[in-house]
Design a protein around this ligand. Structure first.
Ligand SMILES: [Zn+2]
Length: 358
């Protein structure tokens, strides 16, 4: 993947400054015959080429649109990815609630008939998704295209990318399968541990059972994370020595810090990290999660999950009516007042109120 960064600091979406916790990825394509990145990404950084109409999206625009990245052609004709918003920035790409949960990227369409171009941008998109999955603890199952988002009721009615991929024998299931393969073959270039001088850490049921191999990694932490997700699997080094979990008599190279809601609830594990700071960062990104050491002791307590939901006041609302609707009982309006620090019963349309959990 050729990942470049040119953040759209002049786009209104960037300026809105809202953040999300990415829960998925939405694949889009632009719906216009223009494979050149410079149509959307600017100003020219020397690789994009100059947009003679100066109508790229890094400026105030009449339409409120912006995704997190574009895949298309550089001035020299090669294919590259440009990140244009921070990945955890709330984008405007889905026309629905997926904006609150999904990282969205656009593949620049050409005339839809050039197989060579398609193969290159498809490959680039697979690698971008694998990269984002590793960054945010996602899997290929968390990837959808815009038209699938519409079918799920979380995006507007657009056909992308299913008006294009099938022309070249692909669909979103094939795309997800390709990301899965990419993740399993992950070289773990986001890891923090140095790669061993040679060789890979392999995740298998046993060393002799090579057919059971789920993946091979340069970074031990990535291998142990995969083994953790698959009970019965272990991590082996190049010589076939089990390095994780520590084989009896042996010892693991380094302890791992696990990020979970609670130690007992192993299914909630977001990741396992050799470096404590990385585990802390992961916990910070996931309210309600903490970091545990090998013995299950809490070594870092992350932010508490919010104990409330929110409600935006509409015209004609009263605290009593809101309490009746959200909490089932008008008399509970006093709890809403207390949680929001209100000194009177006066509320106004557009006000965002915290609502206690039921
Ligand atoms: Zn779209």
């Amino acid at each position: 993947m050729k990942l470049n960064k040119l953040i759209f600091t002049e786009n209104a979406c960037y300026k809105a400054g809202r953040k999300i916790t990415p829960k998925g990825i939405m694949v889009h394509s632009t719906g216009a015959n223009n494979p050149w990145l410079k149509r959307y990404v600017g100003p020219d950084d020397g690789k994009l080429g100059k947009n003679q109409y100066n109508n790229h999206w890094n400026q105030p625009m009449s339409r409120e649109v912006c995704c997190h990245a574009f895949i298309g052609k550089l001035a020299d004709g090669s294919v590259a990815t440009y990140q244009v918003l921070p990945w955890d920035h709330r984008g405007w790409h889905a026309g629905g609630s997926a904006n609150n949960t999904h990282i969205g990227f656009e593949i620049c369409e050409d005339g839809l008939s050039d197989r060579t171009y398609f193969d290159r941008v498809y490959r680039e998109a697979v690698e971008l998704c694998a990269y984002l999955c590793r960054q945010y603890g996602l899997t290929e199952k968390n990837i959808i295209c815009h038209s699938e988002g519409h079918a799920q009721g979380i995006a507007s009615n657009h056909g992308d990318v299913m008006h294009w991929f099938p022309k070249h024998g692909k669909n979103m299931d094939a795309f997800r399968a390709a990301v899965k393969v990419e993740l399993a073959a992950s070289s773990g270039d986001t890891g923090s541990e140095p790669a061993p001088a040679s060789g890979l850490y392999r995740v298998r049921k046993s060393w002799s059972d090579a057919a059971s191999q789920l993946g091979a990694f340069k970074v031990l932490a990535n291998a142990t994370a995969l083994a953790d997700k698959n009970p019965g699997y272990a991590v082996f080094d190049e010589s076939g020595r089990q390095v994780y979990p520590a084989a009896s008599g042996g010892s693991a190279d380094s302890p791992l810090y696990r990020v979970r809601k609670s130690w007992a609830d192993a299914a909630t594990q977001k990741g396992a990290f050799a470096v404590l700071d990385n585990a802390k960062r992961c916990a910070d990104e996931n309210p309600g999660y903490s970091v545990f050491d090998e013995e299950g002791k809490v070594v870092y307590t992350g932010k508490a999950a919010p104990a409330y939901t929110t409600y935006t006041v509409k015209r004609g609302d009263s605290l009593w009516a809101i309490a009746a609707r959200t909490l089932g009982k008008g008399t509970r309006y006093t709890e809403i007042k207390k949680l929001n620090g209100l000194t009177s019963d006066l509320i106004y349309a557009g006000q965002v109120l915290k609502i206690p959990q039921k």
